[in-house]
Write a protein that binds this ligand. Structure first.
Ligand code: TYM
Length: 331
């Protein structure tokens, strides 16, 4: 039987946070054995907001090293940079002709980013979900592990696959999202009803995978908790719930187990324990990432192999698409 395919990606648009880890990367690592995996660095998505070119290039290598340091096995997974596989842009153009402007305008992320970057509401920003659909559909993907914020984009990818298949005949596999019940939305430590984000201006709001031990512990000590003193997850206690979720993600336990562990403890001890747990988990990842970054040849050799594998798979799907839509392909 043919193996199943997993696809996911992250943007090299800033330092990754523990949200990216808990919502996405940790699931890539735990699922990699059962799937044929394609994991990309989404640099074409990143330029939909302004990036400093030299920094974008550096972050691309940092992100690849981070994937590897988190436990992604390059022998099992195809790791590559999106802009190095031209079929992503090519399929996006074809899918643009089946995607509707209205459905793109309705996307929450488009609306949020338009508000945040009001001086730069570019076409790429609106087309972002179509490029993401092209990423996924090019590899005939079965499963896409992402955080909850990407759910709407996954629905668009499924809709575009079905719409194209109906119009032109069976071409794309329709992908399923994989969104964990716990950890799919890690919130800001300062405003726990907001998602933790790479680009938050308040540096105490996000914990970066690159933060050193003291910084991690300091940020958790300053984390906003709620009134009362019970360490229990609930709708009314967003701050405490968020800390429990983070703890559970880094301890590999459930939120209910974390609640039991902290029963009867005070907020001070709780916040310190969460900070120490996260710092302990990050230390070996950071050390491995430093080691990898010092060996640039080793990292770029994986990217080259990844590009070749991704290119071949993508070419197969794209030529099918070109045939289906009636593009001349030579006699
Ligand atoms: P990006 O770079 O914003 O985030 C990478 C992954 O991390 C998840 N994530 C979170 N999970 C939990 N809590 C948070 N606070 C949090 N913040 C981010 C995201 O859901 C994502 O899974 N568009 C994508 C990248 C992409 C992609 C794709 C993903 C491009 N092409 C194809 C899947 C399939 C993005 O911006 O991710």
């Amino acid at each position: 039987m043919e193996g199943k395919t997993l696809y996911s990606a992250a943007q090299p648009s800033g330092n990754l946070t523990i949200g990216n880890y808990a919502g996405a990367i940790r699931n890539w690592v735990s699922l990699q054995d059962g799937y044929d995996c394609f994991l990309a660095i989404a640099d074409m998505h990143a330029i939909t907001v302004r990036q400093e070119p030299a920094l974008l290039r550096r972050r691309t290598l940092e992100l690849v090293s981070l994937y590897l340091a988190c436990g992604i096995d390059p022998e099992k997974c195809t790791l590559y940079v999106q802009s190095q596989v031209p079929q992503h842009a090519e399929l996006t153009w074809v899918l643009n002709s089946v995607a509707y402007v209205g459905e793109m305008e309705r996307m929450t992320q488009f609306k949020d980013k338009s508000r945040k970057h009001a001086d730069n509401i570019n076409m790429g920003l609106m087309d972002y979900p179509v490029l993401m659909a092209a990423d996924i559909l090019l590899y005939q993907t079965d499963l896409v592990p992402v955080g909850a914020d990407q759910k709407q984009h996954l629905e668009i990818a499924r809709d575009l696959a079905v719409r194209f298949n109906n119009r032109y005949g069976e071409t794309f596999r329709v992908p399923e999202p994989y969104i964990m019940k716990e950890g799919a939305k890690i919130c800001s430590l300062q405003e726990p009803d907001k998602k933790m984000s790479k680009s938050d201006e308040n540096l105490n709001a996000s914990v970066f995978l690159s933060d050193d031990r003291d910084t991690v512990i300091r940020k958790f000590k300053r984390a906003v908790t709620d009134s009362g003193n019970e360490i229990r997850a609930s709708e009314e206690k967003k701050g405490v719930t968020n800390l429990l979720t983070i703890y559970a993600a880094f301890k590999n336990c459930t939120v209910a187990e974390a609640e039991r562990e902290f029963e009867g403890k005070g907020y001070g001890d709780f916040k310190l324990a969460v900070g120490e747990t996260v710092a302990d988990a990050l230390a070996p990842v950071q050390e491995e990432q430093r080691r990898l970054l010092a060996d640039r040849e080793y990292v770029s050799s994986f990217l080259k192999a990844g590009q070749e594998r991704a290119f071949k798979a993508a070419r197969r799907t794209l030529s099918k698409v070109y045939r289906k839509v009636g593009f001349y392909q030579g006699d």
